[in-house]
Design a protein around this ligand. Structure first.
Ligand code: PEP
Length: 247
């Protein structure tokens, strides 16, 4: 059985000092649980300024980390962007790509997201690639079409043998407290699993994201093809993040 993945998206929260404190506390809490990483994988996505702090604190642990966004070019005249190559120099192995806040607020297109995914593959970094429908798309019965469309456009031309983590995050469930029902999660995860399987992707995991909390984590994890979570609000406190990891 593959490990469950618990990925924390801290968004634009936590100073480097607060990030450091979180990781120190988290490591202290799991210290006595020698089996902790036997069936779990933990990834933290802090804001870019905190990557260096995580780089030294996570060294030699099994806690993965990475940026919440990178540009599709590693260097050049791209003022204000983050370099995937530099995140790799900091020993980061993961990158969040295509989060709905990037798509909505920063107008990221499927094409740009695809270019970022291509670069990450070139650099041998593992993406946590986010997809998901808005409320109006769900209400119009377009959920499956939107999700599969984002998948096929985002993944176009990628090497299917490389590791891929996809996070299904219904936009209406992110930061709203409205979690998707188990049937809704099951339906989309089944379709995503089938898509990736039929298209010969050989190393993939599917996360659910959207108002995951300690109270709902257990039942969500019981849904077929849910291999873990991408967690926003509830990942900001060690206590609630750890409870979710232990569910
Ligand atoms: C997210 O930001 O990816 C997310 C799922 O947020 P939240 O858990 O707060 O809904």
């Amino acid at each position: 059985m593959s490990k469950k993945i618990f990925a924390a998206n801290w968004k634009l929260n936590k100073t480097p000092e607060e990030s450091r404190e979180f990781v120190i506390q988290f490591k202290n809490q799991i210290f006595q649980n020698t089996n902790f990483f036997e069936n779990r994988e933990v990834i933290i996505f802090p804001q870019a300024y905190s990557l260096e702090a995580l780089s030294s604190l996570c060294a030699g642990t099994q806690i993965g980390f990475g940026p919440q966004n990178v540009y599709c070019e590693s260097s050049g005249a791209f003022t204000g962007e983050n370099s995937a190559e530099v995140s790799k120099l900091l020993k980061s192995e993961f990158t969040l790509v295509g989060h709905s806040e990037r798509r909505e607020i920063f107008k990221e297109t499927d094409d740009l997201i695809n270019k970022k995914l291509q670069l990450l593959q070139k650099l041998e970094l593992t993406p946590v690639f986010c997809i998901g429908e808005t409320l109006s798309q769900r209400e119009a019965g377009q959920t499956m079409k939107v999700c599969l469309d984002q998948m096929s456009k985002g993944l176009a031309g990628l090497n299917k043998a490389r590791r891929l983590i996809v996070a299904y995050e219904p936009v209406w469930a992110i930061g709203t407290g409205k979690v998707a029902t188990l049937d809704q999660v099951k339906e989309v995860h089944q379709a995503l699993y089938q898509y990736l399987n039929e298209n010969s992707y050989s190393d993939f995991q599917l996360l659910y994201g959207g108002s995951v909390k300690p109270e709902n984590a257990n039942e969500l994890l019981s849904v077929a093809h849910v291999d873990g979570f991408l967690i926003g609000g509830a990942s900001l406190k060690v206590d609630s993040f750890l409870k979710i990891c232990l569910s």
